[in-house]
Write a protein that binds this ligand. Structure first.
Ligand SMILES: [Mg+2]
Length: 430
């Protein structure tokens, strides 16, 4: 229900509105608004336009119960979750381990008997119950399912109170969220720059799946291709390099030495994340920041990364590491080691929205990964300007699915890629 003051404000023009708020912030002709104040004015105007001021749909402590957990397979390889409630509020999440969508969908239904009938707003309590009552704790599948459910419960809580999730987590800690795009060629990076990006991620250029130790020709090929990328975007842009854990530690050291003069933003997963001592040794051998985290789960997994100093950029995935509840705690652990958080995200717009809410509630955020800004999936896709996303002002996670636009994207049978050595047929990483 709208407030009488809002009805009046709604009729004000944008210019009048800006003047009104600017005056309230103490701006004068002699002392105009700072950029940060201007952004606050704009955020407040957007919130009012969206009807989000004084807009909680139910009262604090009015009863609300979970009625159903619904999963939807969504192309290209995602799994969306809708947690339905008897208040009509629906929470969204992405409870997915890539390549195991059906397994995750089944695991969601195995959690449903616990959650149905309960108040969804006790988010941290439900996290503990779902994680600890499993007896066998963690693992990629169960932690991903817990992550997606956690996102949906935060979405419900924010919507019930009429505020974005970051408001419930002590935020906002920032007014815009930096993002990067994937690009592998100079042309692709320059195109992305035209679309507002100034940070990118690429992989080591390869002419074949990497051998344990590569030839000087292959090492030179990788470094020269990266030098071309650096020349294409200049020294004021950022480029991370993702080794995907598909390079042996011995070859990783060779490549990193070659990349050092070109100052990549970070070297991601220079080896697999199953032996943090080895990654720590690689980290000690270079001044370049080492990043890892997409295959590390919960605070217990990241504890070892931090204690062994294996990485200074942590990349928990909002859909794998334990959701908003857990990644916020991981960020606090990272802060004690002066490490930053760059949420991993090769998934959909709900995952991105969860990362944005996290970024706006922690101090040590570096940059957010994305492969979709939500076009064709959500009603209000994210927009990139000068490398940043605007901070959402709508309640919960800030995204609503566009069921009509998604109609042609329902269902998939995506499988992980199989890679073999072309010369001897042995299994290789991609
Ligand atoms: Mg990666």
């Amino acid at each position: 229900m709208s407030h009488p003051i809002e009805n009046k404000l709604a009729t004000l023009s944008r210019r009048t509105w800006t003047r009104t708020i600017a005056a309230a912030l103490g701006a004068t002709a002699a002392a105009p608004l700072t950029q940060a104040q201007e952004r606050r004015v704009e955020e407040e105007r957007r919130a009012r336009e969206a009807g989000m001021i004084r807009n909680a749909p139910i009262g604090y402590k009015e009863t609300i119960k979970v009625t159903k957990l619904e999963t939807i397979l969504v192309k290209p390889r995602w799994l969306f979750l809708k947690v339905h409630t008897d208040a009509g509020i629906v929470g969204l999440g992405e409870p997915i381990t890539e390549g195991r969508a059906l397994t995750c969908a089944t695991a969601v239904q195995e959690v449903a008997p616990y959650l149905v009938g309960k108040d969804p707003r006790a988010v941290a309590h439900h996290w503990q119950a779902i994680y600890r009552h499993a007896f066998y704790r963690g693992g990629p599948i169960l932690t991903s399912v817990l992550s997606g459910i956690d996102q949906a419960l935060w979405d419900i809580k924010g919507k019930a109170l009429g505020v974005p999730v970051y408001e419930l987590l002590g935020g906002p800690t920032r007014s815009r969220i930096r993002v990067y795009a994937h690009a592998r060629s100079p042309r692709a990076m320059q195109e992305a720059m035209k679309n507002g990006f100034n940070a990118f991620k690429t992989g080591p250029a390869k002419q074949r799946p990497s051998r344990y130790i590569e030839t000087p020709k292959q090492v030179k090929y990788a470094i020269e291709r990266f030098a071309e990328l650096r020349a294409a975007v200049g020294d004021d842009a950022d480029i991370g390099i993702d080794f995907h854990g598909a390079i042996s530690p011995a070859l990783a050291k060779l490549l990193i030495k070659g990349y050092e003069p070109y100052n990549p933003l970070f070297i991601e997963e220079p080896c697999q994340a199953q032996n943090h001592d080895v990654m720590a040794e690689i980290a000690r051998g270079t001044h370049l920041p080492i990043a890892t985290g997409e295959r590390v789960f919960t605070k217990w997994g990241f504890r070892e990364v931090l204690e062994k100093k294996a990485a200074t950029v942590l990349q928990p995935d909002m859909c794998h590491a334990g959701g908003i509840t857990e990644v916020r705690l991981i960020a606090g652990m990272a802060e004690a080691y002066y490490a930053s958080i760059a949420p991993h995200n090769p998934l959909g717009p709900i995952s991105l929205a969860a990362g944005v809410q996290l970024a706006a509630s922690i101090p040590n955020f570096l940059i957010q990964e994305q492969v979709s800004l939500g076009e064709g999936y959500v009603k209000q896709p994210f927009k990139v300007s000068k490398g940043y996303l605007e901070l959402p002002v709508t309640p919960g996670l800030g995204v609503e699915l566009d069921d009509n636009a998604m109609a042609d994207k329902i269902g998939h049978d995506w499988r992980n890629q199989e890679s073999y050595d072309a010369d001897d047929g042995s299994v290789v990483d991609w």
